[in-house]
Design a binder for this molecule. Structure first.
Ligand code: HAM
Length: 423
C-alpha cells in the first residue's frame, strides 16, 4: 500500500534557508532593543489549561469561540495551545508571586496557535514577539511600550508604519458605550452582516471590526467610544497622547479601534502598514488593568503588545536577502589515514572560532575542492596520504589560488595565525 507523502499541516510552515537568517536577525534585534529597555525575557508553556484563555481572553471573542486548538489529554484535562502570550505571562507572574515585587517588565517570543483561515500573513501556527509591563497605571508606561515597539520597527528600517491609538475606557465606560451602540444598531439589525447580527447580542463592540460594506455604512454615524470615557480614563488618554507628542512619535486617533480580545481597558493601539495587503496589523496591544484580578491575582494594572513575526519577515524580505555567514575553511581529504587527521584538523580550527566544514563525501579531491568553491569558502585545507606522513598540510586560499604549508599539529594550534588570516 502506498500512502500520500507527509506534508506540513495547513496553516503551518517550515522556516529554513535564507529565511531563517531573517528570523535569527529579528530575534537578536529583539534581545538588543528590549534588553536596553531592561525588559526580562520569560518563556511560558505552549499549552495551558483551557480555562485560562476562556477567562482571560473572553468567551465572546473569535479567538475563544472558534479559533482555539483545544484537546483533552490522557489525564482528562482540557488543554489549549496558547492562542496568544498575555494570559500565560499573567498566570506565571501570579503563580510565582512576582506581582508584589514592584514593576515587572517582561518580553517573550514564540509560537502561538489559532484556527483561522490561512492566507498571506495569517497562519494557524504563527509567532509573536511581545512585551508586558505590570504594576503601574502611569501613562508613561503606555508611552514607553509604544515607543519601544516603534523603535524596534524603525531600527529594522521598516517604512510606512502608522500607530493607531484609541482609549476603550474603564469597564463602566464601556458598558455605557455598549448600551448606546446596541441602541443605535438595533433598528438596523436586519441590514447587518450575519456575523454582526450574532455579535449584536453576544459581543457588540466587535461589530466595529466588521469589514462588510453595508455594516460599515451603518457604523459611519454610530456613537464613538471616546465620547463615553469617564473622567479618569479621559485624563489618562490625554496624558498618553502628551507623552507620545513629547517623544515626537506620530499617531492617528482611531475611535473605532477596539481590538479582538476582551481584556483591554483605556489605551488600545495597533501598528499598521499598507505594505502587507489585507493583514495590515504588524502588532497591537494596550492596557489591561483588570486581567490579573480576573485570573485570581491581586489587582495589578498592566500594559503590553505583541507583533506577528511572520509579518515582519515579509516586510524585511521586501528589503532584500540578508548576507549568508561566510564559510572560513573547507577541509577536504582522501586516502589512507586522512579520515582521522581531517577530523582533528576540523576540530582544532573550530576551536579558534572559525566556521569550518569537513567534507565527508569520499569523492575525488578535485570534486571536493570544487564544492569548497561552490560554498564560497575562503580557504581549503587539503589532507592527502602524503600529508599524513609528512605533517605538512597545504592550505589553499580560494580567491587567489595561493597555497601555503602549515605543519600539523603545531601550526594548527597557533590561534594567532588563523585569527589573523580570517578575522
Ligand atoms: P493580537 O492583536 O491578537 O494581540 O495579535 C498581535 C499580532 O499578532 C497581530 O497584530 C498580528 O501581527 C499577529 N497575529 C495574530 N494572529 C495571527 C495569525 N493567525 N497569523 C499571523 N500573525 C498573527 C494579542 O495577541 C495580544 N496578546 C497583544 C497584547 C499583549 N496585548 C497586551 N499585551
Amino acid at each position: 500500500m502506498t500512502s500520500a507523502p507527509l506534508q506540513a499541516i495547513r496553516g503551518t510552515r517550515d522556516i529554513w534557508g535564507t529565511e531563517i537568517r531573517l528570523w535569527q536577525y529579528l530575534e537578536q534585534h529583539a534581545r538588543d532593543i528590549l534588553g536596553r529597555a531592561n525588559y526580562q525575557e520569560i518563556r511560558t508553556p505552549l499549552f495551558e489549561a483551557t480555562e485560562l484563555f476562556q477567562r482571560g481572553i473572553g468567551e465572546g471573542t473569535d479567538i475563544v469561540s472558534k479559533e482555539m486548538y483545544t484537546f483533552t489529554d490522557r489525564g482528562e484535562r482540557s488543554l489549549t495551545l496558547r492562542p496568544e502570550g498575555t494570559a500565560g505571562v499573567v498566570r506565571s507572574l501570579i503563580e510565582h508571586k512576582r506581582l508584589s515585587q514592584g514593576v515587572q517588565r517582561c518580553w517573550y517570543q514564540g509560537a502561538m496557535f489559532r484556527y483561522e483561515r490561512p492566507q498571506a500573513g495569517r497562519q494557524r501556527q504563527f509567532h509573536q514577539l511581545g512585551v508586558e509591563v505590570f504594576g503601574s497605571e502611569d501613562p508613561r508606561v503606555d508611552v514607553e511600550v509604544m515607543a519601544v515597539a516603534l523603535e524596534f520597527l524603525q531600527a529594522l528600517g521598516i517604512p510606512n508604519l502608522t500607530l493607531e491609538l484609541n482609549s476603550v475606557g474603564d469597564p463602566a465606560d464601556r458598558q455605557r458605550y455598549k448600551a448606546a451602540l446596541v441602541e443605535y444598531l438595533t433598528p438596523y439589525a436586519a441590514d447587518l452582516d450575519p456575523d454582526s447580527q450574532v455579535r449584536l447580542t453576544k459581543n457588540p463592540l466587535r461589530i466595529l471590526d466588521s469589514k462588510d460594506p453595508a455594516t460599515q455604512a451603518i457604523l459611519r454615524t454610530a456613537p464613538l467610544l471616546p465620547q463615553y470615557l469617564g473622567k479618569a480614563a479621559q485624563q489618562h488618554f490625554e496624558q498618553v497622547q502628551e507623552g507620545l507628542q513629547a517623544l515626537g512619535l506620530a499617531y492617528e486617533l482611531n475611535p473605532r479601534l477596539v481590538r479582538g480580545l476582551d481584556y483591554y481597558t483605556r489605551t488600545a493601539f495597533e501598528i499598521t502598514t499598507q505594505d502587507l495587503g489585507a493583514q495590515s496589523a504588524v502588532g497591537g496591544g494596550g492596557r489591561y488593568d483588570h486581567l490579573v484580578e480576573e485570573l485570581g491575582g491581586t489587582a495589578t494594572p498592566a500594559v503590553g503588545w505583541a507583533m506577528g513575526l511572520e509579518r515582519l519577515v515579509v516586510l524585511l524580505q521586501k528589503q532584500g536577502e540578508p548576507p549568508a555567514p561566510e564559510l572560513d575553511i573547507y577541509v577536504v581529504s582522501q586516502g589512507a589515514g586522512t579520515a582521522t587527521l581531517s577530523l582533528q584538523i576540523s576540530q582544532m580550527l573550530r576551536g579558534h572560532g572559525l566556521r569550518v566544514e569537513m567534507d565527508v563525501s569520499q569523492s575525488s579531491l578535485g570534486k571536493q575542492i570544487k564544492r569548497a568553491d561552490k560554498l564560497g569558502s575562503k580557504a581549503c585545507v587539503i589532507v592527502g596520504e602524503t600529508e599524513v606522513t609528512t605533517g605538512q598540510i597545504p592550505v589553499k586560499w580560494l580567491a587567489t589560488g595561493v597555497q601555503e604549508i602549515v605543519t600539523f599539529p603545531n601550526g594548527f594550534r597557533d590561534a594567532t595565525f588563523w585569527q589573523k588570516n580570517f578575522r
